[in-house]
Design a protein around this ligand. Structure first.
Ligand SMILES: [Mn+2]
Length: 320
């Protein structure tokens, strides 16, 4: 089986070789090979699904997703608020290595509940269907072993659920994601999930330690939208950047700071329903508000083509 890195290599090398070969007609364009490569396999990144299983299936039908050859990325928040989180989780678990899922705040909330931290349970949570399912243990275990960051060097793409503070480059972000992953997968998992909630500390320092350090890192990967120039997190602010810019210019979307150390990357993320699908250089925001009546969006990573299906309203964006 050819993997993604090999395909991307072929995608670069074959056209280069064929295009410069003296036996090829001078009008031959290597670009004609592109549909051929897409026919072999495609990779799709999907925005926040939040239990909207039927909309997920509609979108997969639209993109003609074939798990035998295609790969599905999810930028997290598979569950909660929507009507069928259980089936969404079962579907991704069954995809096995055909799916790459990073953890979002709602996924972490499910893990916290499963590990006995019920202090932050909300009436609008729709997670009991998972916790009461006969396969709950397997589903929770599968989720616990998902990463916080996925980087594909061959495709030149990095996926997270929420954001990165301006100080972190790729090297640091990967290191900090791995600190969380080791804790979540290790013997201190339950303790970590009991120290998960809270907005402090608000600013990064390499000297942060213990639960404060892990909470700050978790908040960046799973909840961050706005921060100030020094990277101080503004967790209460959820609104659209255009509206916010008029109110408060000291806080900007995390990706808008010009001195951001991760600026050289191309980052795919979700979490920001009021922002909607958004792209600028190096940024693809995929949460188009499926659960509150927006759309569910997929980005085909090979050619950056967008696909989306409209969704009925399940709740209000303030309920995030
Ligand atoms: Mn989220």
């Amino acid at each position: 089986m050819v993997n993604v890195a090999q395909l991307v290599e072929l995608w670069i090398v074959i056209p280069a070789v064929v295009g410069s070969s003296p036996i090829v007609h001078p009008n031959f364009s290597p670009l004609i090979l592109f549909p051929l490569l897409l026919a072999i396999m495609s990779t799709y990144a999907i925005g926040d699904i939040q239990g909207c299983y039927s909309e997920l299936q509609q979108l997969l039908k639209l993109i003609k997703f074939n798990p035998k050859k295609d790969i599905l990325w999810s930028c997290g928040d598979l569950v909660n608020r929507g009507p069928n989180s259980l089936e969404v989780l079962r579907f991704f678990k069954k995809l096995s290595n055909r799916a790459i899922v990073v953890l979002g705040n709602h996924d972490m909330h499910l893990l916290a509940l499963a590990y006995g931290n019920t202090k932050h349970l909300k009436d609008k949570d729709t997670l009991n269907q998972i916790l009461e399912a006969p396969d709950a243990d397997e589903l929770v275990e599968w989720l616990r072993f998902r990463p916080f960051l996925h980087h594909d060097a061959a495709m030149g793409l990095t996926m997270i659920h929420a954001g990165l503070p301006p100080q972190w480059d790729l090297f640091q972000a990967r290191q900090y994601a791995s600190e969380l992953e080791k804790t979540l997968r290790g013997p201190k998992c339950q303790e970590y999930l009991h120290h998960l909630y809270g907005d402090k500390p608000k600013i990064w320092s390499e000297s942060l330690s213990g639960w404060d350090r892990l909470r700050f890192i978790t908040n960046c990967f799973t909840r961050l939208r706005y921060c100030d120039a020094k990277g101080k997190l503004a967790m209460k602010n959820k609104w659209q950047p255009s509206l916010d810019a008029q109110k408060n210019e000291t806080e900007k979307p995390w990706f808008s700071w010009p001195h951001r150390a991760s600026r050289e990357l191309t980052i795919i993320f979700g979490h920001w329903a009021t922002l909607g699908f958004y792209t600028e250089t190096g940024i693809y925001a995929l949460d188009s508000g499926c659960v509150w009546g927006g759309a569910l969006t997929a980005l085909r990573l090979e050619d950056k083509k967008i696909f989306s299906v409209p969704c009925p309203a399940r709740c209000h964006p303030n309920d995030y």
